[in-house]
Design a protein around this ligand. Structure first.
Ligand code: NAD
Ligand code: ZN
Length: 266
């Protein structure tokens, strides 16, 4: 592992446009369970997965009922407002501050990259702290809407101040399209990066999992370096999309990388 960390350090320092992709695995050390790891929510409870696949259709059918159910039941991932970032998130924020990482594209909805200080974060699957208008895509800070009060006063669903459309959580449900702005920016980043660091994702959720494949294909002649940091091998490892896997915990490996980078660029 130490050899691979040295190799990644050198490649990061040499890179001109390094980006990172992250998934639920980077947040497990903050106490948020992933979905498909050995202790994942879906690994342990396949019914929860089946239900999640129906969310979007249920929201469209009856947004009011959907909101009532959401507010009156506990979230699958727990109360994310109380969760703090871990050393893995902080290391990525630090690499950005040093000018090495240009952006984080995350599948996570937990807002922990932002809490750790990362500035350019593309929330590919949305952000739990935001609401998004179903009609015009305007996003609002969730705190701007007193959802408990709307619930008590029987005034759900929350409505958009711009167009009066129905608001849903910004979180992207299965079957729902990725918001156009984020989809486009992520695709551009994957197309122009010369190094992609992929952290804590099983890389099986599409279209997100196309991003490493795009990075691999786009640069004809000049190859993009693709490095995975994950507890287990993934299809990207097995299909040779990534150059190598640094196997282990992101909360341990990413701070080590930062330490090594600092030794070389004081
Ligand atoms: P996943 O659950 O499918 O895979 C997580 C991967 O991370 C697994 O390969 C696991 O072995 C690995 N892993 C777990 N802990 C790790 C650690 N400490 N260090 C390194 N690797 C670790 O997650 P996914 O690929 O992100 O896909 C799940 C979907 O569910 C995503 O779309 C995401 O939006 C959503 N989700 C989000 C959160 C969150 O916001 N924190 C949590 C669960 C699921
Ligand atoms: Zn609107």
């Amino acid at each position: 592992m130490e050899d691979l960390i040295q190799r990644a350090t050198e490649q990061l320092i040499k890179s001109k446009h390094a980006i990172t992709l992250t998934g639920a695995g980077i947040s497990t050390e903050s106490g948020i369970r992933d979905f498909r790891g050995p202790d994942g929510i879906w690994t342990k409870n396949p019914d929860a997965e089946r239900k999640a696949y129906q969310s979007y259709a249920r929201f469209q059918e009856n947004p009011k009922e959907f909101w009532i159910e959401t507010i009156s039941s506990a979230s699958l991932l727990g109360d994310l407002a109380k969760v703090a970032p871990n050393p893995g998130h902080s290391a990525l924020a630090e690499l950005e501050k040093m000018g090495i990482l240009k952006c984080v594209v995350t599948q996570n909805i937990d807002n922990l990259h932002q809490k750790a200080g990362s500035k350019r974060v593309l929330d590919y699957h949305g952000n739990i702290s935001l609401l998004r208008c179903f009609s015009c895509d305007t996003r609002y800070d969730r705190a701007e809407y007193d959802l408990d009060r709307l619930y008590k006063e029987d005034r759900l669903p929350p409505l958009c101040r711009k167009c009066n459309g129905v608001l849903k959580s910004d979180v992207v449900y299965f079957q729902e399209a990725i918001p156009a702005d984020v989809a486009q920016e992520s695709q551009e980043e994957a197309g122009k990066c010369d190094l992609m660091l992929i952290c804590g994702t099983s890389a099986v959720v599409y279209p997100f999992a196309y991003l490493p494949r795009m990075a691999r294909q786009r640069r004809s002649g000049k190859q993009t370096i693709i490095i995975e940091i994950n507890a287990d091998p993934t299809p990207l490892t097995e299909e040779g999309i990534s150059d190598y896997l640094i196997q282990g915990k992101t909360g341990i490996i990413l701070p080590k990388l930062v330490e090594e980078v600092k030794k070389r660029i004081p």
